[in-house]
Ligand binder design. Sequence first.
Ligand code: NAP
Length: 426
Amino acid sequence: MLNQPMVRRSDVAHNAPDESLKNIYPLGEQPPLGYIPSQMYAWTLRRDRYGEPQTAYQVEVLEIPEPADDEVLVYVMAAGINYNGVWAATGKPIDVIQFHQRQGEKEDFHIGGSDTSGIVYRVGKNVTNVQVGDEIVAYCGRWDTNAPEIKEGLDPLYSPTFRIWGYETNWGGFAQYTLLKGYQCLSKPKHLSWAQAACYLLTSATAYRMFYNWGEHSIHPGDVVLIWGGAGGLGSQAIQIAHTVGALPIAVVSDSTRADFCMSLGAKGCINRTLFDHWGILPDWSDTTTYNKWLKGARAFGKAIWEIVGEPKNPRIVFEHPGEETIPTSLFVCDTAGMVVICGATSGYNASLDLRYLWMRQKRLQGSHYANREQAQAVNQLIIDGSIDPCLSRVFSWEELPLAHQTMYENQHPSGNMAVLVGAQE
Ligand code: NAP
């Protein structure tokens, strides 16, 4: 760890001019440790460009922000690609720039990026957990540490001040420098490259909370766990966490390559969802013919689970995020007294369920959102220990950042998690 004095170009000009220092550095040319140029390159979104990621993102030159007393300025080496960057680009379900402005932020642009690896370059005076030179990964939860409910010990995820950095807040990781609260800095696993380190924390921490935050429904050895999108960012982490515990993860995928990938991570078996056609909003229960057709599809899907388990045992936990298309089936196949835990809705927001299965079988439908710092630290430790692989699938160059998001938008992205290089060369 180095603790060098902070220098800015303006300070240098005043004292001893050093012509080797620049106001802005090209991508990949790292400024001396602790030296902060005045400007940086950043991929931005603006309201008049909301739409498909390929055109919504553009590079701009921006002034580098000053960290507040409880913040650090981090030189970004690599940034993770995840759905936040897709949703932000489209302006749906929220207009992130309008969201920031309603909270008093003045910028009329958004710098996304909720996963990052980098080097601490400047430290606010109240930050004690990191120093200049520390190599970190960013935990993307932010909140007001002075909020009364947080001071009283409430999980910050339940505070009205909780925000996802790089989505609900500005100055995310898609730039040469990013602003983090001190508590957002976690240790970078030493054995990982910058791109590997940037790709996993959002998805792995979300999966960890889904499995461990819900009391009696926490994951146990021997549990059958159904994991939608098993080859995706969340799914790849969820399979490994479940496997590590000794549970039986069953992955749902849409092709055989993705199935092979899930098996390599420890899935007990895989179900190809394209072999079924009963997806979407439930038919009206009083329309017996159509409803029974749906029921036949859902039962066949449940049977596919039993065949993998080797006995008629239903999932005690269903790990949900596709949402509208799959939630009726998730609730149907979930075991009596089991839990469907959901953190997103890629296919749509209207959840339809047959309430008879919910109350008669006493199932739980549980919302879950990201993770608190302790949960992020716990899963980061699993990565540091090598118990979980971040599953970096593809590394994009800086110029390819819009392409990376477009690929995800079209569900054409490879299995696992993706990253884009910012300061790092590989
Ligand atoms: P991802 O890498 O794209 O994986 C999602 C997978 O879901 C896809 O690979 C796809 O796999 C599957 N899928 C897509 N459409 C589907 C459909 N209609 N029916 C069934 N499966 C479908 O994305 P991710 O990073 O895992 O994120 C997934 C969702 O969770 C996103 O909506 C994201 O915003 C949300 N999320 C929320 C949080 C949170 O904190 N609340 C955190 C992370 C992610 P197959 O085609 O192989 O089935």
